[in-house]
Design a protein around this ligand. Structure first.
Ligand SMILES: [Zn+2]
Ligand SMILES: [Zn+2]
Length: 338
């Protein structure tokens, strides 16, 4: 269930990745903007901040993003990685301003920007004409295909998802890496297991003890947590091309620009209806669907929600200020699901 309002208290700055167990690592999605094309009096266009442990990933950067970061007390200077789905104004026009503010605030750390070709040209042109050199390095990572691992560290990875849109567009699949098997403490004591054997057991091997007796791995280990995943799909026409890639995601954000009575306009503009977004969620068998990218023609969003729910019950709507937390999935659940 979404948690409405601002849950992030105090300043969160990005620290060096520590070796920490994935257990209960927070995985949150903050909605900063959820409208399509043009902002309305109540909504900004697509922008989300994903917080994983001490990392902050910005997904798209609409006009007004800086203000939203301040309103929701999110750590602007803690953002080191920005992912831009495509170079339509409603998804990137906040980026030049955000970079400018980071410069004015004295940022020194490099900033990584992941996007289709063209983002660097836009930013460089702007700063060349205003005769400004940002006081920090911007590293551009050009995405050129879907299914590309564009970011990874010891806990998490981000993959590009190829969308179907008027220009080159990518969604992002953020998923935890599978952690190794957890060794049972009692087993270490009982069999006096050596460090070398612990390594082998964590890799799935059985343990040989005296008299050639073999202790099966299942008696020595506990299943690890099930990796969580978040798929961000915006903007796109109705297509099945990424269904396999996003299969079983814990949460799918999918654009739902129109109600289905406007399916012709949606098709023509390569966008989806709420019903189509829900059909994709059904086919991909995700746990939960969150719709967004609403056309400015809709003041009231309940019809979009109802339409999506008619096909996929576990649907929520993205609203500015919502914080959606992906619940930790302990390994025991794996056993009961098998
Ligand atoms: Zn858009
Ligand atoms: Zn677009």
């Amino acid at each position: 269930m979404p948690v409405i309002g601002n849950l992030s208290k105090g300043k969160q700055s990005e620290r060096k990745p520590e070796k920490q167990h994935i257990l209960n690592t927070p995985f949150k999605i903050h909605i900063l903007g959820a409208s399509a094309a043009i902002p309305t009096s109540a909504r900004l266009t697509t922008t989300q901040l994903v917080q994983y442990h001490n990392k902050n990933f910005l997904l798209d950067c609409a006009e007004g993003t800086q203000k939203q970061l301040r309103i929701f007390k999110l750590p602007m200077m803690g953002i080191n990685h920005i992912f831009i789905s495509h170079i339509h104004g409603d998804h990137y026009l906040g980026l030049p301003g955000l970079i400018f503010t980071m410069h004015l605030l004295g940022r020194k750390k490099p900033l990584h920007i992941y996007s289709p070709q063209g983002m660097q040209e836009i930013i460089d042109l702007q700063y060349r004409i205003s005769n400004l050199v940002p006081g920090f390095e911007i590293r551009y990572h050009v995405i050129s295909q879907g299914g590309q691992i564009i970011y990874h560290d010891n806990q998490i990875m981000v993959e590009s998802i190829e969308m179907e849109h008027t220009i080159e567009t990518y969604g992002f699949l953020i998923r935890e890496k599978q952690e190794p098997l957890k060794i049972r403490k009692k087993a270490i004591e009982k069999y006096n297991i050596s460090v070398a054997d612990i390594k082998r057991i964590k890799a799935g091997k059985d343990l040989k003890i005296k008299n050639n007796e073999v202790i099966p791995n299942s008696q020595l280990t506990l299943p690890p947590a099930i990796p969580r995943s978040y798929a961000f799909c915006s903007d796109t026409g109705f297509t099945s091309k990424y269904i396999e890639q996003i299969k079983h995601a814990d949460l799918l954000y999918h654009e739902a620009t129109f109600l289905h009575d406007k399916v012709d306009i949606a098709t023509q503009k390569t966008h989806c209806t709420a019903l189509q977004a829900a059909q994709i969620a059904s086919q991909a068998q995700v746990r939960q669907l969150m719709i967004g990218h609403y056309s400015a023609r809709y003041d009231e969003l309940s019809e979009l929600l109802a339409e999506a729910k008619s096909e996929f019950e576990n649907t929520i709507i993205a609203m500015e200020g919502d914080v959606i937390e992906l619940p930790y999935k302990p390994g025991e659940e794996a056993l009961s699901e098998e």
